[in-house]
Design a protein around this ligand. Structure first.
Ligand code: HEC
Ligand code: HEC
Ligand code: HEC
Ligand code: HEC
Ligand code: HEC
Ligand code: HEC
Ligand code: HEC
Ligand code: HEC
Ligand code: HEC
Ligand code: HEC
Ligand code: HEC
Ligand code: HEC
Ligand code: HEC
Length: 339
């Protein structure tokens, strides 16, 4: 404490400060401090550390503490207010009580500026926490999650979905999560967009492709049962297989592994790759199925009704050893339908 300061306080204490013009003691109190200026331009008569309310023409930025936002509108004496004196008190917390009780640290400017004490860039800053606000969460009022918001408390909020959504889980009816034994790790199946958008997570169990993408849930999950739903095509499409007429699958000798010949898009056309057996996608053999498969069984076929005996004999007899006029023999020597 300098003698000058003690004097100022002592004077104030005995009510003398008002009668003494600050200018009178100027040079001894602050050497080099605005020399030649009118001390009373800034100083109030209530003490050196107290400024007048209004001082014109002072560029505050020069002090290293620019007056921004709400500060710009304040009169000088709001900060230079006597005993508290503003010098050396540029940290926010020296003038503003910390409602967070130190929980958010000393660096108030991380979340606040002089414009307001609402959290600046709240959504952006929130991304730096372990819980970025996405989907519905970005639209929710801060206080819906930060229940002690009014008291300035933001820490200690659960980050696990269940921590906030236990009651939603217990209240589910369609599907009833408790009865279905769903895990309580909601994010296995949900994103914070809407509870009803769980469909995309179906891929983990059974991708809903083709026609299945538009099939109502209940067509596959009857009576609200989810776990244990069969994944084998035949388990759900047995009746379709039995009802086939063109071709009749059972008599055609087709297996029940539908995915060998079908995708989930539609039954017709089949994805069956005939070229593996006999090329029919181009050339003279690009014909209707029934032009070769004369019976209901696809295992049987007929070449001879097109390739007459006289033509064939003419082409082979005397030229090709081992020739016989027989379907299996034709196919054995001409598996690709060419010579
Ligand atoms: C442009 C405004 C301005 C002018 C002009 C000015 N001062 Fe100051 N003075 C201040 C401010 C601001 C402080 C710091 C108050 C605080 O800490 O809040 C101060 C502080 C002081 C103090 C307190 C010293 C301390 O360390 O506590 C004294 C004494 C003082 N001034 C004397 C003078 C004298 C003498 C003059 C005239 C020659 C003068 N001032 C002119 C603004 C001014
Ligand atoms: C929002 C608070 C606030 C307001 C309002 C304010 N000041 Fe300041 N002022 C400060 C702070 C804080 C410092 C100290 C900066 C530092 O120590 O780096 C300061 C420093 C100063 C100084 C330098 C003092 C010295 O010792 O060198 C002057 C001069 C000053 N202010 C004048 C004014 C005047 C004139 C006004 C009114 C037009 C004013 N201030 C309004 C907060 C304020
Ligand atoms: C030297 C004291 C001082 C310092 C340092 C200071 N302020 Fe202020 N600030 C005030 C005063 C005085 C007010 C007027 C309202 C009040 O009394 O709370 C104010 C008002 C505000 C307001 C407007 C409050 C409202 O409710 O509208 C905001 C925001 C603010 N300050 C933010 C800050 C931030 C951020 C910092 C740090 C970068 C800071 N202040 C540093 C003194 C200060
Ligand atoms: C990690 C971010 C963060 C930090 C750091 C932080 N705050 Fe806050 N502060 C907040 C949030 C969030 C709010 C509430 C905003 C809302 O409710 O809209 C808040 C609100 C406030 C309020 C207004 C309280 C009210 O009741 O309206 C003040 C004053 C405040 N903070 C001061 C401080 C001070 C002083 C510091 C530094 C010591 C600080 N804050 C540091 C996030 C922070
Ligand atoms: C849907 C819930 C939810 C909403 C809405 C929400 N928060 Fe949070 N917030 C959290 C969770 C959870 C955490 C904890 C993150 C962590 O521990 O990393 C958190 C952390 C914070 C923190 C850091 C606290 C600390 O000590 O780590 C601040 C500050 C904060 N939120 C401010 C806000 C503000 C401001 C809003 C409104 C714009 C808001 N939050 C909206 C859930 C939410
Ligand atoms: C800190 C609390 C908190 C946490 C943690 C949390 N939420 Fe939320 N969530 C809310 C609040 C509050 C709402 C606003 C609607 C409400 O009250 O249900 C909400 C809304 C939702 C919604 C929209 C509900 C609707 O009706 O449209 C979904 C979906 C959601 N959350 C999913 C999740 C998921 C998934 C997680 C985990 C990754 C999660 N939440 C974690 C608090 C939380
Ligand atoms: C195994 C996957 C799975 C898990 C884990 C899961 N859900 Fe769901 N949830 C679903 C499916 C599927 C739906 C139906 C979505 C639809 O209809 O589009 C659903 C729907 C919902 C619905 C709306 C239906 C209703 O009856 O209200 C809510 C609310 C819900 N879930 C909350 C939760 C919560 C909270 C958790 C975590 C505690 C959770 N879920 C965990 C799969 C899951
Ligand atoms: C085309 C049939 C089909 C459709 C349509 C379908 N699912 Fe599934 N779902 C399955 C199969 C198959 C499984 C795998 C079951 C398994 O592996 O245990 C499954 C698994 C699930 C599971 C996980 C059950 C468990 O094991 O915990 C949930 C939840 C589920 N489905 C919900 C739905 C919802 C909600 C819809 C409508 C949006 C839907 N499903 C549409 C066939 C279907
Ligand atoms: C859990 C039962 C289930 C399983 C497993 C299943 N499906 Fe489906 N599928 C359905 C239901 C229900 C429909 C809706 C139309 C219907 O009732 O046939 C459907 C529709 C289809 C359709 C469209 C039918 C049409 O009329 O357009 C095709 C194609 C299909 N499934 C192929 C398959 C194939 C291939 C597999 C195996 C990879 C398969 N499905 C596995 C239940 C299932
Ligand atoms: C070896 C191949 C093969 C297998 C395996 C196969 N299909 Fe087919 N399926 C076909 C061919 C080829 C067609 C005729 C496609 C066309 O007309 O484009 C067909 C057509 C169908 C049709 C529509 C024609 C009709 O008569 O209704 C249905 C339905 C069908 N298949 C169901 C099934 C089911 C269900 C399974 C499994 C249980 C199955 N298929 C397995 C080859 C197969
Ligand atoms: C030009 C003659 C020809 C035409 C046209 C033809 N096929 Fe074939 N197909 C064959 C021959 C040859 C084989 C091989 C027979 C074998 O390996 O037993 C065969 C094999 C098959 C097989 C496999 C039978 C098995 O044993 O697994 C199926 C299924 C089949 N054809 C279905 C069709 C369908 C469906 C069509 C119409 C889209 C068709 N075919 C058109 C000649 C033909
Ligand atoms: C629906 C009538 C038809 C059936 C069935 C048929 N073909 Fe052909 N095939 C033709 C015609 C037309 C040609 C072109 C004219 C020709 O060379 O005789 C041809 C050409 C050929 C050729 C000569 C191709 C070339 O490169 O010159 C061979 C080899 C052949 N067929 C083999 C077969 C075999 C093996 C079968 C039975 C699996 C078969 N065809 C069934 C109509 C048929
Ligand atoms: C033992 C093997 C063998 C058998 C069995 C056989 N072929 Fe050939 N085929 C050949 C050979 C080798 C040629 C080429 C002869 C040549 O170019 O001189 C040929 C040529 C052909 C040609 C082409 C003639 C031309 O225009 O150049 C046709 C068509 C044909 N065969 C169809 C058949 C049919 C249909 C059958 C069944 C009735 C059959 N082949 C049975 C080996 C065979």
């Amino acid at each position: 404490v300098t003698p000058a300061r003690s004097l100022a306080f002592a004077a104030a204490a005995v009510g003398l400060a008002l009668s003494l013009a600050p200018a009178a003691r100027a040079q001894s109190a602050r050497p080099g401090h605005f020399p030649g200026d009118d001390c009373a331009r800034c100083h109030s008569t209530q003490g050196w550390e107290r400024l007048r309310a209004a001082v014109s023409g002072f560029e505050h930025g020069a002090t290293g503490f620019p007056l921004r936002g709400a500060h710009a509108a304040l009169t000088c004496d709001r900060c230079h207010d006597g005993a508290r004196g503003a010098r050396g008190r540029s940290a926010c917390a020296t003038c503003h009580a910390d409602p967070h009780r130190g929980e958010q640290g000393e660096d108030c400017a991380r979340c606040h500026d002089e414009r307001s004490f609402a959290m600046k860039d709240a959504l952006l800053r929130h991304r730096e926490t372990r819980f970025p606000l996405t989907g519905a969460h970005a639209l929710v009022d801060c206080g819906a999650c930060h229940l002690d918001r009014a008291a300035g408390r933001f820490a200690g909020v659960p980050t696990e979905c269940l921590g906030c959504h236990l009651r939603d889980y217990q209240a589910t009816t369609s599907p009833n999560h408790v009865a279905s034994g769903f895990s309580t790790r909601c994010d296995d199946c949900h994103r914070p967009t809407a509870w009803r958008a769980a469909k995309i997570f179906h891929d983990r169990f059974f991708p809903l492709t083709g026609a299945h993408a538009t099939t109502p849930c209940a067509s596959c999950h009857q009576n609200g049962r989810y776990a244990g739903t069969p994944t084998d095509c035949y388990a759900c499409h047995q009746a379709d297989y039995a009802a086939t007429t063109n071709p009749v699958h059972a008599s055609a000798g087709f297996g029940t592994t539908c995915r060998d010949c079908h995708s989930t898009s539609a039954w017709q056309p089949s994805t069956f790759d005939h070229e593996r057996f006999f090329p029919i996608s181009s050339g003279p053999h690009r014909r209707a199925c029934t032009d070769c498969h004369l019976t209901s069984s696809y295992a049987s076929f007929d070449c001879l009704h097109c390739h007459t005996k006289s033509d064939a004999d003419h082409d082979h007899l005397g030229k090709v050893s081992g020739y016989v006029y027989d379907n299996a023999a034709c196919y054995r020597c001409h598996p690709r339908g060419t010579h």
